[in-house]
Design a protein. Structure first.
Length: 137
């Protein structure tokens, strides 16, 4: 963990919060640190980053300016927001083994499924984007 982070979080009262939430981009070091320091915190992958993973797959599969690809990507991003991870995985299936980004996206979704429960997080009143946090830094 970067020097001083633990103290800064405690100084701000994070360790005493009734509900702790960690929002990150999916980088392994973030979740390792979060699990070590705040094992009871809810972990959320920033929605923008998760959507970006889907967009990368769509662009590789269909091409950057392909209208079918744009529509496919939009539908998968909508699936993500609605919590339909299995639907995205099913739609990626035909492209696995042919497109590296499709496989990368599949692995990302499977590995991070618990951090991608956006409908639940919204019902809990939680922010699903790190933008608001980053803008306050």
């Amino acid at each position: 963990m970067p020097a001083g982070w633990k103290e800064k979080l405690r100084w701000r009262g994070f360790d005493k919060a009734k509900r702790q939430v960690i929002i990150g981009d999916g980088a392994v070091w973030i979740w390792n640190m979060a699990s070590e320091l705040f094992p009871n915190a809810i972990q959320i992958i920033d929605l923008y980053h998760a959507k970006g993973t889907i967009s990368k797959a769509a662009k590789e599969i269909f091409g950057v300016e392909n209208e079918i690809g744009k529509q496919w990507g939009k539908e998968r991003r909508d699936d993500l927001e609605a919590g339909r991870i299995d639907e995205i995985l099913n739609k990626l299936e035909p492209f696995l083994g042919t497109y590296e980004e499709a496989e990368s996206c599949r692995k990302y979704l499977v590995k991070n499924r618990e951090c991608l429960r956006y409908p639940l997080f919204r019902r809990m009143g939680l922010c699903t984007s790190s933008g608001i946090v980053e803008s306050g830094c």
